[in-house]
Design a binder for this molecule. Structure first.
Ligand code: NCD
Length: 310
């Protein structure tokens, strides 16, 4: 059983909690391989998927996960809601709560807003990404993807590369990977690093070439233009020179090493067009689609564990 009733910050989970989620994800992964990909464990439960920010994979992944568990899931989109008439976030959620929901899944563009909501709403909440702050379920599915490839994660080296400053994925991944005993470094430019990066206890590199031969996992981040209030990098060409994964660099990677990315990928910026179009055996290294696939099993595990917690 999990020690928490919400998942807002990845650091809320103990090592044991993470292990329990991984074990349950294995079980649900098996369910997803069956012809009948559905189990009746959450029949009668109602989940509200509240996305105040655009999303493709995370929103659909939560929706599929809930349906595979036989829960009812309602998709709320702020652009077609009474928020357009001026209703506040907390009042909107209180309205929905009156209709008796069992779990809220919230994505919002403001950092910290999910934590704020949890103080006013007495319902289990899963953070599906808040601003630049946290994206805990992405970190869990990333860890699960690594575990499936390597069998374990202790001692593995991972290099998180690109726009760390604006990335909630980087913040959650660094904390979780370190907690689970991985050796984490970041590859970025000074203007794309947060000021408090020294508190994370990670090694810092300036170019992919510094880590490419030794890293077990090369974790590429999206250049998050929509969160950048000014130009953080001189040019795309300059970015490519230090921080893009191209075929030449891919070919230098260790046997059995992985390339990961949370998606959506900016082709030609963080990963080259030719790597994205690869059809050789190198393709096995690139786990972007497998991450999406694993996301469903991991979210099923988390939802199940939260909703069956006494
Ligand atoms: C990420 C997000 O929205 O935080 N994507 C995702 O959830 N799969 C990463 C990103 O947008 O760069």
């Amino acid at each position: 059983m999990l020690s928490v009733k919400n998942l807002i910050d990845i650091d809320d989970l103990s090592i044991r909690d993470v292990e329990i989620i991984m074990e349950n994800a294995d079980t649900f992964n098996e369910v997803l391989e069956r012809d009948l990909k559905k189990v009746p464990v959450l029949r009668g439960k109602t989940i509200i998927n509240m996305f105040f920010e655009p999303s493709t994979r995370t929103r659909i992944s939560f929706e599929i996960a809930a349906k595979r568990l036989s829960a009812d899931i309602i998709n709320f989109t702020s652009s077609t809601s009474s928020m357009k008439k001026g209703e506040s976030v907390v009042d909107t959620i209180k309205t929905i709560k009156s209709m008796i929901a069992d779990l809220l899944i919230i994505r919002h563009s403001d950092s910290g807003v999910v934590n704020f909501i949890s103080r006013y709403i007495d319902l289990p909440i899963i953070n599906a990404g808040d601003g630049k702050h946290q994206h805990p379920t992405q970190a869990l599915l990333d860890l699960y993807t690594i575990k499936k490839s390597f069998g374990n994660f202790r001692g593995l080296s991972v290099a998180i590369t690109g726009d760390i400053l604006n990335s909630r994925v980087a913040r959650s991944d660094i904390l979780l990977f370190k907690k689970m005993g991985m050796d984490v470094s970041v590859v970025s430019a000074p203007m794309l690093l947060p000021e408090d990066i020294s508190h994370y206890g990670v090694r810092i590199h300036g170019c992919i070439d510094d880590v490419i031969k030794d890293t077990d996992v090369l974790y590429m981040l999206r250049m998050q233009f929509e969160r950048q209030d000014r130009k953080y990098y001189p040019s795309i060409k300059e970015y490519n020179r230090f921080l893009e994964l191209d075929e030449k660099r891919l070919n230098k990677m260790k046997k059995n090493s992985l390339v990961m990315h949370p998606g959506p990928v900016n082709r030609g910026i963080e990963i080259s067009e030719s790597v994205m179009n690869l059809e050789s055996s190198m393709l096995e290294k690139i786990k972007v689609n497998e991450q999406v696939r694993n996301g469903v099993a991991v979210r099923m595990a988390l939802i199940y564990l939260i909703l069956t917690k006494e």
